[in-house]
Design a binder for this molecule. Structure first.
Ligand SMILES: [Zn+2]
Length: 106
């Protein structure tokens, strides 16, 4: 069956996504077998998809990186907080010990 390039290009996105009917698929494949320009069109579609996908991956990786950075910052903050409270506790204990010793010796 002969179909025009226009029909094929209408259907190409569906064919590309694998959502067209088997009959349309057959027609498109028959057309693509002898039509270079429509084949190029499909190829361009594949390339576009790959680019979009890699961009998506990139932004996802970025998001994860940002998230882990934020997480690291949070960890640093709580680690600092922990160190601060530990120092305060030690200082208080030393002060109490000092007073205790002072009272008993002095
Ligand atoms: Zn064509």
């Amino acid at each position: 069956m002969n179909i025009s390039c226009e029909i094929v290009r209408d259907l190409l996105p569906l064919y590309h996504d694998g959502v067209c009917s088997n009959d349309s698929k057959k027609m498109i494949e028959e057309h693509l077998a002898h039509c270079e320009s429509c084949k190029d069109e499909l190829k361009a579609m594949n390339d576009d998809t790959i680019i979009v996908r890699s961009e998506q991956n990139l932004s996802e990786a970025d998001a994860v990186k940002k998230l882990s950075k934020r997480w690291e910052k949070g960890m640093m903050k709580s680690a600092l907080k922990g160190a601060f409270f530990t120092l305060i506790t030690i200082a208080v204990v030393l002060l109490v010990l000092y007073c205790f010793i002072d009272i008993h010796i002095g």
